[in-house]
Design a protein around this ligand. Structure first.
Ligand code: ZN
Length: 148
């Protein structure tokens, strides 16, 4: 459970959360999976666990922030482990407003995501089988660059 997400032939394996023996099967949640998200373009002044947790909260439910080899939340990118609702499209970026400065766009890539739809951004199917309507020459909004 700690080293996921797992996939089998590009299909995501959703592992239920730890349960208690008396939980009803209907109450189990199969819609959320933990992913490591890489945050790129993070300003040096954001190298702080609380700030990074706030950024992660815009992506999903924060489980862990990787402090990196130096232990100071610095590096070419910052890794945040978040629990995501896999029924929703992945975020491509987080926009952070900074007082007296231009907004900062933190670009996101996802580690070990299988079978991402490049049309609607939802995990679990390809753009060829996407149910979202497409027009003849529409451009895909997501791409392989979403994968770390
Ligand atoms: Zn789709």
């Amino acid at each position: 459970m700690s080293e996921g997400p797992w996939s089998f032939f590009q299909d995501l394996i959703v592992i239920m959360q730890e349960t208690k023996g008396m939980d009803e099967p209907r109450s189990l949640n199969f819609n959320e999976v933990s992913f490591w998200v890489q945050c790129h373009n993070v300003p040096l002044s954001f190298s702080n666990k609380n700030i990074l947790e706030n950024i992660g909260a815009h992506i999903g439910l924060v489980e862990e922030v990787d402090q990196g080899e130096s232990g100071s939340y610095l590096g070419s990118h910052i890794r945040i482990q978040v629990r995501l609702d896999i029924r929703k499209p992945l975020n491509k970026f987080v926009c952070v407003g900074v007082e007296d400065e231009e907004d900062v766009f933190i670009l996101l890539t996802y580690e070990r995501i299988p079978n991402l739809c490049y049309r609607c951004g939802v995990i679990g199917h390809s753009f060829r089988t996407c149910g979202e309507a497409s027009e003849k020459n529409d451009k895909l909004k997501y791409g392989i660059w979403m994968k770390s």
